[in-house]
Ligand binder design. Structure first.
Ligand code: ADP
Length: 518
């Protein structure tokens, strides 16, 4: 529902106090005025701020006097009273008491109180009386209208494709920031053309950086950069058009997300990044650690903001790294930080389940033990993939990927089959490290590096798998129980083998232990 409709509905349903947290004062006031005028019957709109009071100068310098004016106004006349920056006075005991008294009075009148503020700050004792309404960044169509208005008075050289890209670059930004960026583009180049796109993208990067919990990630990695993981790749490939208008018309729901589970260095983050470039979507990274940090109450506000921005950027991929670390211990009666983590976690989970916007979550976890069980419940992710250590065939592919980056013309001189065979137990990150170590060694000796150097470098590395054996085995068992899917067909068959062996062991009686002998 668009903002105007939602506001109108709240007013008609006699919600007494509406709080709109937004940095866009001008835009929100225009919208409120529109809702006032378009209502039937039309509603009067009165604005108040601490310096000017109401239009006639009443109740200047005094928030209580402002509320008194609202109380005095005739109850049968439909009116909206907009109080600016009122978040600053809500902690005051008199203001808070007055608002609660007023709320009762407003419910029986045709008057509505609207508080606007650049940020969310509602004390607990007012939570019942106040309804929060978010003003989202403008939609694609609203931005298009804004751009058309601006283009009427500016020299333009912008193709339809360029216009579409510019609007997409602006999605997620508030109108005031969009206007600033467009103005900057025109001031820099004397006209509006495709050069406005990087300016808009830069504005958006800055906006996202200011949230401190989201980061715009360049998705430079592609599917070709991933060795192995054939099943995961084909799952992603099958869904590469799933966010198009055509897919909607076909009746497909938006893919929700995937969880990639496996030990470190097996290519989970790499796969998340490659997903964004395969689907040609922007990639946002959520820093859950930062989401939790800071003052009490900030985490919840940040979570709401994060969700709002991610939705405004949609379609996009939202990368959440190491979910298990972020929410470790939750779901087992954890009460650590006065419930903040649990609330943030609950908000994110509910959003994951209910969201219909095309925000695709690519989350990773190094183990499942620490994950709260709710995460794994059906409906949260479309699929959970287990990323095993690479098989010999996959290790060959990984060597191929990295060697073709560092020595595209000499790759045939390397014995990739031997390297793959000798690197049993290595993950992708360790294979890459062995190549770099070999290069350092040879470069230091002022010569070209070769297969032997890589083999030597490998002999110096102790792979993580040598100490993480137990963790890997537990993940394999978990995959064998059918609760997740193996990301590679090699891994699937070896897990199946393991599972069958174990089953045979249980099903088949031991020939040495005949019933007679017992
Ligand atoms: P994880 O997120 O599983 O801890 P990453 O995706 O960060 O691991 O992997 C680190 C690096 O190791 C990658 O940037 C990549 O260079 C290399 N790597 C890991 N797995 C693979 C793979 N399957 N194919 C190619 N490179 C890989």
């Amino acid at each position: 529902m668009v903002f105007e409709q939602e506001l109108d509905l709240l007013i008609r349903s006699s919600y007494p106090i509406i709080y709109i947290p937004t940095p866009e004062e001008e835009r929100v006031e225009q919208l409120i005025t529109y809702v006032g005028e378009a209502g039937s019957p039309a509603r009067e709109v009165h604005m108040w701020d601490i310096v000017n009071g109401f239009e006639g100068g009443e109740a200047r310098n005094n928030p209580i006097a402002g509320l008194n004016e609202v109380e005095k106004a005739r109850p049968e006349i439909p009116a909206l009273f907009v109080l600016r920056d009122f978040h600053r006075y809500l902690e005051d005991v008199q203001v808070s008491r007055k608002l609660r008294n007023l709320a009762r009075h407003l419910r029986d009148s045709r008057k509505t109180l609207i508080l606007t503020a650049p940020s969310m700050r509602i004390p607990d004792d007012l939570a019942e009386e106040i309804t929060v309404l978010d003003l989202l960044p403008p939609t694609y169509d609203e931005i298009a209208v804004e751009l058309d208005t601006l283009l009427q008075s500016t020299p333009v050289r912008l193709s339809e494709g360029g216009k579409d890209a510019l609007i997409k670059a602006a999605q997620g930004l508030m109108l005031s920031r969009i206007r600033l960026a467009l103005g900057r583009a025109v001031a820099s180049y004397g006209r509006m053309d495709e050069r406005a796109i990087p300016i808009m993208l830069e504005e958006k990067k800055q906006r996202i950086r200011r949230t401190e919990v989201l980061e715009f990630w360049p998705a430079t990695e592609t599917m070709e950069d991933i060795g192995g993981l054939d099943r995961l790749k084909s799952w992603l490939d099958q869904r590469s058009s799933a966010f198009t208008e055509e897919a909607r018309r076909y009746g497909l729901p938006n893919p929700k997300g995937i969880l990639l589970v496996g030990i470190q260095g097996t290519g989970k983050s790499l796969s998340a990044k490659a997903t964004a470039s395969l689907w040609q979507l922007p990639l946002l990274r959520l820093d859950v650690g930062r989401l939790m940090g800071g003052l009490v109450g900030q985490s919840e506000a940040r979570t709401r903001e994060m969700i709002r921005i991610a939705e405004a950027m949609a379609p996009c991929v939202l990368f959440i790294d190491e979910l298990d670390k972020a929410f470790a211990g939750l779901g087992s009666g954890y009460v650590g930080d006065s419930g903040t983590s649990a609330r943030v976690f609950g908000t994110i989970l509910t959003w994951m389940e209910e969201k219909t916007s095309p925000v695709f979550i690519a989350a990773t976890a190094n183990s499942i033990q620490a994950l709260p069980p709710e995460v794994l419940r059906k409906g949260r992710f479309d699929e959970i993939f287990f990323i095993d250590l690479p098989s010999e065939r996959e290790r060959r592919e990984i060597f191929q990927v990295h060697m073709s980056k560092v020595r595209p013309n000499r790759i045939r001189e390397f014995d990739l089959s031997r390297l793959a065979f000798q690197s049993e137990g290595f993950n992708g990150a360790e294979i890459q490290q062995a190549i770099y170590d070999a290069m350092h060694l040879a470069f230091h000796q002022q010569r070209e590096f070769n297969t032997q150097d890589i083999l030597y470098a490998m002999s110096e590395i102790i792979p993580l798998s040598s100490t993480a054996g137990e963790r890997i085995r537990r993940l394999q068992e978990w995959a064998a129980s059918g609760r997740c899917r193996a990301a590679s067909s090699d891994s699937a068959s070896s897990i199946e083998q393991l599972f069958n062996d174990a089953k045979r062991h249980v099903d088949e009686p031991d020939p040495e232990r005949t019933p007679e002998a017992e």
